[in-house]
Design a protein around this ligand. Structure first.
Ligand code: ADP
Ligand code: ZN
Ligand code: ZN
Length: 729
């Protein structure tokens, strides 16, 4: 590691070796241990089993030191003879702990697969293969050496056998060793068997520019922002760049925001590359660890994965791609609150390789980085072939008749598209039927008893009220519990109500509702998207789940039911997220030969963000939004962190939040708060937060460093630091 005095231990002077070990638990420090004399010293990056407290733990060796101030215990066992993770990954862990102000042990807990933490054996050495030596003399194999005879025959037949095939071919190691000694076979590392099918697509001029720019930077650090409208052929650019990296003997990492998007991406990759692996939370622990080790030993050329795949160790990583780089799911919202996109850029810089960030709606951060030339900007401004971008229409809802969330002119337009055999996609970012359950007489509203949240009425599959924060369910009352009158009503529309309205108007048209209620698991989501590929007609109604990178070639119209919530959100990222959602969902319209139409219902049609988005597209929105951010010194101009504290006692939680913020006020940063979190109470925990703003990154980190290890007096109070927050909730 850098800045460490690595020690060459002089074994003659009777000293043993001391190592620093990080254990994957919520601890800030590494622990020092003795490596007893006489046992091989574990390399940096290898796992060791160590005594800890009254038990033991699996840890990773991160450093050698000359002396220690502690009374040292001995390492119990060395698990890996060779490093499980490279020094690069160990250093990445240190950096993450520093940057996100998060305990080092917990960082490694996040980075390592479960199987690794449990100490399962890892296959880190490259796989071996055995081939025949030319001009070998098989006569030297004794006739009664049956095993050797058989092994030699098999290798002659197959030309080559791999380590992983030995068992099924019934070949023993000792037979191979004997043959090797006789110079009949030779043992080598397995050559990567990647079969590349060349692209059948002729790149457009813009694609060619992008491909060449990235290719010519393979081998050095450079971040590229590939800004390309939906369907403009970004994936084709990734494929051709990775093709080149693999031809140079390097590996590639491709990040996608959602598990449900991995099949789509892997299918495209499989058409071109014979060998690749996926990595996400639905893959079994054992399989994950196996893939992880394959990547580490250079035996897996391509990994496509979600957020945590960014921690995969690689032997020769050559390029990282982050698709849909703007997507909020790259940010982990608990424990280590890392951004996989930012970690990807960090890794690329340490490794000296290019990182490609692709999006149709780049984040404000990436746009700014491109403007300041930290990132190289590459643009794909149109779709190849005939596909055209859709037209936009903002429907002023202020004096319009609305029925079940949808106004009359919108219903007419939907009908027009359905009559022309188009599919219509309807985006409504709330699940359930109604978002308010109220008494019209006295103003009572149904709230969750454990949270400060209004209950949502669900009609499907059964009628009940649900808290969307803690999940608790309630029977809907028919009489007001406050005034006793039967004047109960509902307000605010969700997906179920929109579906109901459309069912009444278009009873014969097939409908598909996609939200967290109709699709509960990632497996169901993947299955649903597969089904939708074949559903060529009807209505698709759903939440933002529908907006993510899927191709619906028959969709000719997209309707956004309630865009205002996002544009008027108290969260400073609300408008950005909403604009991205609208543009992404609009990208689903008219992907093929049919031109699409996008309708946005708004009670605030003069909103500057909405207006610039509709008039000048996402680029126009970006201008408006960046100007507003700059005025407030919000990211990407100022550097931000959010401090959150919560606990069962309102006063204690608030006081602790104040304590942290007051300590921060001693530093060179601007501090706001404590204030209530947007949802003030969830599952009986009172929630407070504060905001920290700095002009320079170093100021922010110096300040956070002073508070990162503060501890609330009550163990029931929990708190966190969120650097570069992706939401204020
Ligand atoms: P994106 O990743 O930007 O959404 P894709 O790479 O998925 O776009 O491309 C969208 C569609 O256009 C795909 O079906 C792809 O095969 C096709 N395509 C991409 N580049 C070209 C090209 N140069 N010529 C013709 N078709 C292309
Ligand atoms: Zn009432
Ligand atoms: Zn609740």
């Amino acid at each position: 590691m850098r800045n460490s005095n690595r020690l060459i231990v002089d074994m003659s002077d009777n000293k043993s070796i001391i190592v620093k070990v990080v254990v994957p638990r919520r601890v800030w420090e590494t622990y020092d241990y003795n490596v007893p004399r006489g046992i091989a010293k574990p390399p940096v990056g290898a796992r060791v089993s160590v005594p800890l407290g009254h038990g033991r733990a699996v840890g990773i060796v991160v450093e050698y030191v000359e002396r220690s101030d502690f009374e040292l215990k001995d390492i119990e066992r060395i698990i890996d003879e060779k490093p499980l993770v490279s020094e690069e990954v160990v250093e990445l862990g240190m950096w993450l702990s520093d940057y996100y102000h998060h305990p080092l042990g917990s960082v490694f807990e996040t980075m390592l697969p479960n199987a690794a933490i449990r100490g399962q054996p890892a296959k880190i050495e490259p796989e071996k293969q055995w081939t025949l030596v030319e001009q070998a003399n098989p006569a030297t194999i004794r006739a009664n050496a049956k095993r050797q005879q058989q092994a030699w025959q098999t290798i002659r037949e197959h030309k080559m056998v791999r380590e992983s095939d030995l068992k099924s071919l019934d070949i023993t190691r000792s037979a191979l060793d004997a043959l090797e000694r006789k110079r009949i076979v030779k043992k080598t590392d397995v050559a990567l068997s990647q079969v590349i099918t060349p692209s059948s697509i002729a790149p457009t001029v813009e694609q060619k520019l992008a491909i060449n720019a990235i290719k010519s930077d393979l081998g050095k650090f450079q971040t590229f922002l590939l800004d390309g409208v939906t369907g403009s052929g970004k994936t084709e650019v990734y494929l051709q760049v990775i093709d080149e990296a693999i031809r140079q003997g390097k590996q590639a990492l491709v990040l996608v925001p959602e598990i449900a998007l991995t099949p789509q991406m892997t299918n495209r990759f499989h058409e071109r590359f014979s060998r690749m692996a996926v990595m996400h939370s639905m893959i079994s622990n054992a399989k994950r660890f196996e893939t992880w080790c394959q990547a580490a030993r250079g035996d897996m050329p391509i990994i496509v994965g979600t957020r945590s795949a960014v921690f995969t160790p690689f032997k020769h990583l050559g390029v990282i791609v982050v698709d849909e780089e703007h997507d909020a799911s790259y940010k982990q919202s608990e424990s280590l609150r890392y951004s996989a996109r930012d970690v990807a850029v960090m890794r690329a810089s340490k490794l000296g390789i290019p990182c490609v960030l692709g999006s149709a709606t780049p984040s404000m951060e990436s746009v700014m980085n491109a403007r300041s030339s930290r990132y190289r900007y590459l643009q794909l401004s149109h779709r190849p072939g005939a596909a055209q971008l859709p037209t936009f229409h903002v429907q002023d809802m202020r004096h319009t008749q609305v029925n079940g969330g949808i106004c009359e002119p919108l219903l007419r337009t939907i009908r027009k598209h359905l009559n022309r055999d188009g599919q219509v996609l309807i985006l409504i970012n709330r699940r359930g039927h109604s978002t308010y359950y109220i008494c019209t007489d006295c103003g009572w509203t149904a709230n969750c008893s454990d949270c400060d949240v209004r209950l949502t009425l669900h009609e499907v599959p059964t009628r009940l009220l649900q808290c969307h924060s803690c999940g608790r369910r309630y029977q809907p009352v028919t009489k007001c519990p406050d005034c006793g009158k039967k004047s109960i009503a509902t307000l605010g529309v969700g997906t179920q109500q929109v579906e109901e309205t459309l069912a009444e108007t278009f009873p014969d048209v097939p409908r598909h509702r996609i939200d967290r209620d109709s699709v509960r698991t990632n497996r169901q989501l993947t299955a649903m998207f597969t089904r939708l590929q074949y559903a060529k007609e009807g209505l698709l109604i759903g939440t933002q789940m529908l907006a993510k990178g899927h191709h619906f070639p028959n969709v000719t119209m997209v309707a956004v039911i309630a865009a205002d919530n996002g544009f008027l959100s108290t969260d400073f990222r609300g408008p950005e997220r909403t604009a991205q959602l609208i543009v992404q969902v609009a990208g689903r319209a008219g992907r093929a030969e049919k031109r699409g139409e996008v309708w946005i219902q708004s009670y605030d049609p003069d909103n500057p963000d909405l207006r610039s988005l509709v008039r000048d597209g996402y680029g126009g929105f970006t201008e408006t939004e960046l100007r507003l951010r700059q005025e407030a010194n919000f990211p990407p101009f100022g550097q931000m962190a959010v401090i959150r504290a919560e606990g069962p006692d309102e006063r204690v939680a608030e006081e602790f939040c104040a304590e942290v913020l007051n300590a921060l006020r001693q530093c060179d940063v601007k501090v706001y708060g404590p204030m209530w979190a947007p949802i003030t109470r969830v599952a009986r925990q009172y929630r407070f937060q504060g905001m920290v703003l700095a002009s320079k990154r170093s100021q922010l980190h110096d300040a956070l460093k002073t508070v990162e290890r503060m501890r609330p007096k009550s163990r029931k109070t929990r708190w966190s630091i969120d650097v570069d927050p992706s939401e204020m909730a």
